[in-house]
Design a protein around this ligand. Structure first.
Ligand code: FAD
Length: 427
């Protein structure tokens, strides 16, 4: 294997490099990764299990057979969108550096448009950059494994399934862009086995109509606030438990006891408690693993040192807004694969990851925040731009982001205040 790698590296140093690259997923991350790899002259195949591009932004009326989304045998519905969802960021922060969302209006001109508008924008992006024809739709990747036989220069085998048939193809590099909002995490509630009500995760919430009685919502993110405001218009009562430990116990008579001793009767608990990473197709003999929502080791949230640069991840890092993040990560990957940007040695990358983990532990940051780059998103992005040798995010975008965060902080759950009353065009 080492011999193949050395051969390839020699080859890469002497010629214009064009690798055959598999991208898994055609959401925001997969689309921009495909565009950046194409721009660098790589040959790209995008695998997408859905029948259209857009990932999360494809609203799906279906819900899963297990409303909590825990049954491993359930058929997974990818998107977690609810019908009324409007973006929680202004469109100014949901575009690409040379393809801004602000320049394109498809019927919903609001700064914080409904989800349909985002999907239309992404489809246009895919069409304009010739990405749609690179996507193998309704093709689910079921295995990605390092290929280490013979002296062929292919390194990875990708096994996929489409309409019941499976196929294998070899690639020189794989970029994983499968998102991380499809595998729910639920709150651990003492007494829940006896509690008679209905539970669901926000992943399986679509419309408020079925929730007419007493509802408890757990969570403090945008979904919790959107869903509680929406359900409050139809339900008799809605209680928002902003952190799961606020619920002390649940009982078989249907009541819920909070930590302050107060009790409410409730029919439904909605867990807006986030998601975990999952790469069921990835076979790396434990080189890349998931431990308490930590995918690791990943150098700067992108490259597993031992398998870099031929395996990479786009969109693992999360923050308030990911469009700039996944665009710069994609540029970095594309340029590393064509040797225009050079990674440190495997050892140096591992040391860097260890330092990151140690720093988190010293600061008391829980492991499950490993990939959270907020509130240092632009420091991270300036570093990625520097590593990639490309321009950083525009100053105006940084300024809009800063003002947006200030507004969200001061508005709390009152999302109307920033969604309808704030105009970032003034900046
Ligand atoms: P995804 O959009 O999840 O795309 C992953 C793709 O991979 C999917 O198309 C999926 O079908 C495909 N896939 C997965 N596994 C396989 C496989 N094995 N084989 C083939 N294909 C596969 N971000 C914002 O910027 N603004 C917002 O307002 C906002 N609101 C959000 C609201 C909700 C409810 C959620 C859940 C997220 C929101 N986000 C928002 C974050 C959002 O996830 C990102 O904007 C973005 O869509 C992530 O893109 P992605 O490509 O990384 O992942």
């Amino acid at each position: 294997m080492q011999c193949i790698k050395t051969k390839l590296e020699k080859l890469e140093n002497t010629m214009e490099i064009s690798l055959k690259v598999a991208i898994i997923g055609a959401g925001v991350s997969g689309l921009v990764a495909a565009r950046e790899l194409l721009r660098e002259g790589h040959r790209v195949v995008v695998y997408e299990k859905s029948n259209q591009p857009g990932g999360t932004w494809i609203y799906d009326t279906r819900v899963e057979s297990d409303p909590l989304g825990l049954d491993p045998k359930r058929e997974i519905v990818h998107s977690s969108l609810y019908s009324s969802l409007r973006t929680n960021l202004p469109r100014h922060l949901m575009g690409f550096s040379d393809y801004p969302f602000t320049d394109r209006v498809y019927g919903d001109p609001r700064n914080f448009p409904g989800h349909e508008e985002v999907l239309k924008f992404l489809k246009d992006f895919a069409r304009e950059f010739g990405l749609t024809e690179l996507i193998r739709f309704e093709t689910e990747v079921v295995r990605v494994e390092r290929f280490d036989s013979g002296d062929d220069d292919y390194e990875w085998v990708v096994e996929s399934r489409t309409s019941g048939a499976s196929g294998e193809e070899e690639f020189q590099a794989v970029v994983v862009c499968t998102g991380h909002y499809a595998e729910p995490i639920v709150a651990n509630l003492p007494g829940i086995e006896q509690w008679p009500g209905k539970q669901l995760h926000s992943h399986n919430y679509r419309v408020p109509d079925p929730f007419q009685n007493q509802v408890v919502i757990i969570g403090s993110g945008p979904s919790a606030s959107d869903i509680s405001i929406e359900i409050a218009c139809v339900a008799k009562q809605v209680h928002l438990s902003s952190r799961s430990p606020n619920i002390y116990h649940v009982y078989k008579d249907g009541t819920i006891e909070f930590q302050d001793g107060s009790r409410v009767y409730t029919d439904v608990i909605i867990h807006c408690t986030g998601y975990k990473y999952s790469y069921p197709f990835l076979r790396t003999n434990g080189i890349v693993s998931i431990d308490d929502i930590r995918v690791g080791p990943l150098y700067k949230h992108v490259f597993p040192p031992q398998l870099s640069p031929r395996l990479s991840f786009v969109g693992v890092a999360y923050s308030v807004g990911i469009f700039e993040v996944v665009e710069l990560q994609s540029k970095w990957i594309a340029r590393v694969l064509s040797s225009k940007a050079i990674l440190p040695s495997e050892k140096e990358m591992l040391v860097d990851v260890e330092e990151h983990y140690r720093d988190m532990a010293d600061r008391g940051v829980p492991k499950h925040h490993t990939h959270k780059i907020h509130p240092h998103k632009f420091e991270y992005l300036d570093m990625i731009a520097d590593l990639a040798g490309v321009p950083p995010v525009a100053k105006r975008i940084k300024e809009i982001h800063k003002r947006f965060l200030g507004l969200v902080f001061s508005s709390g759950i009152d999302t109307k205040r920033y969604r309808d009353e704030w105009d970032p065009n003034d900046i």
